[in-house]
Ligand binder design. Structure first.
Ligand SMILES: [Zn+2]
Length: 257
């Protein structure tokens, strides 16, 4: 936990515009108990430290892990200072079974939780679409002072626990998109926590791909053994339908088109 907080503080204190924490993002841990391989929610602790110590008023927390971040979501469910955007595999098909589009926060936090469930197999173009249609516009309107993204390699199509459809190049794209969002709204201030992944041959390449996109570095990723990847636009149409439904819910709170 100390490591995650210290990593986040490097950005909040203005020492660096970006920082990467390896092993952070324990998003299933609830306020009073751990679950889903997560003993405590380091993201929630980070956010609280940043708010109290650095007086931050608006933080975007972006969860791209294949599983919904049920712990993080619950902790910030009534908190309008945290816009929590969670992109994950359809909860009807995987643990933890929460993270539906109707889960949007409560009381003062209503509208500040955004769940984007994806059909099994969802590939790279759908992620790009989600950023274009949801993440970029919401973030521009929310104007976060800092962004925290977390999640590891389990959206890869060869992951052994999940069935999403990202490729290694898709992870690089994801890292690049996060960098672009941060660049546009908060002078690039962003913290990236890498954790999870259940195919140990893929994990190092996917994590490195995320880092290469996030830091805009050219890194040779050709060693990844990716056989028969799904087409880039796999499940794009279905994702568009999810996004359309989600926008109908969110337009009460945000000026989404
Ligand atoms: Zn996961």
């Amino acid at each position: 936990m100390g490591l995650s907080v210290e990593t986040a503080e490097l950005v909040a204190a203005g020492k660096f515009s970006k920082a990467i924490g390896i092993g952070g993002g324990l998003h299933h841990a609830k306020p009073s108990f751990g679950e889903g391989f997560c003993f405590y929610n380091d993201i929630a602790v980070c956010v609280e430290v940043l708010k109290k110590k650095y007086n931050l008023k608006r933080i975007l927390v972006l969860d791209t892990d294949a599983h919904a971040g049920n712990g993080t979501g619950e902790i910030f469910y009534e908190d309008p200072s945290v816009l929590f955007v969670d992109i994950h595999q359809d909860p009807r098909t995987v643990y933890p079974g929460t993270g539906f589009i109707q889960e949007i926060g409560k009381d003062k936090g209503e509208g500040f939780t955004v769940n984007i469930p994806l059909p099994p197999g969802t590939a790279c173009d759908a992620y790009q679409y989600i950023f274009d249609e949801i993440v970029f516009p919401l973030t521009r309107e929310f104007e976060p002072e800092l962004i925290i993204r977390y999640g590891g390699s389990d959206p890869h199509y060869l992951d052994d626990l999940t069935v999403l459809g990202l490729t290694i190049s898709g992870f690089k794209m994801l890292g690049s998109l996060v960098r672009e969002v941060a660049q546009k709204v908060c002078e690039g201030k962003c913290i990236d926590f890498l954790t999870s992944g259940y195919n140990l041959e893929i994990l190092p390449f996917a994590w490195t791909a995320l880092i290469s996109g996030f830091l805009n570095l050219e890194i040779d990723l050709s060693g990844a053994n990716e056989k028969a990847p799904p087409p880039r636009d796999y499940q794009l149409q279905e994702t568009k339908e999810v996004v359309t439904q989600l926008k109908k819910i969110l337009c009460k709170y945000w000026s989404l088109k």
